[in-house]
Design a protein around this ligand. Sequence first.
Ligand code: G3H
Length: 195
Amino acid sequence: PRPILLTRHGESRDNVRGRIGGDAVLSEAGELYAKKLANFVEKRLKSERTASIWTSTLQRTILTASPIVGFPKIQWRALEEINAGVCDGMTYEEIKKNMPEEYVSRKKDKLRYRYPRGESYLDVIQRLEPVIIELERQRAPVVVISHQAVLRALYAYFADRPLKEIPDIEVPLHTIIEIQMGVTGVQEKRYKLMD
Ligand code: G3H
């Protein structure tokens, strides 16, 4: 068995302000998480020479990975957060107020709803296919540092959760989800590193 560790980036300054999308840096709490994560990964994968760290191309995941030393890091555009299109940078309150029809359509069918000039969950799931193929092919452990919508989809794939649940799966900040792929199936552990 070899572990796949899934985690969101540490809290970003946009998370603090409730803004979606963007390319913000980490908050103080987010920076602390990055250090704790590095500690955890170095201990957990100490004996694993070939492990690698995968991030998106956005600052908040790259900064979350930055305290981890001794493992190769790979950036994937496919690991970027769902593209909120015209709503990028807004809060949910602002969307509700300024674009009420969009807000309602998304609420009705979050899986299929596509942000104007952005993506739907189904789009995200589709663009993750090469990442999943590569994750399946790897023999060594992988630490995936990505974003909420993306991790919902990746988690659902490994935990065998139905498509329709994906947009509502809980993937909390500052928590590592460890997936073990063994011959007998998939096992899961969660490590909450901060409150
Ligand atoms: O910025 C996007 C969020 O991480 C995704 O959350 O799909 O529940 O709005 P949501």
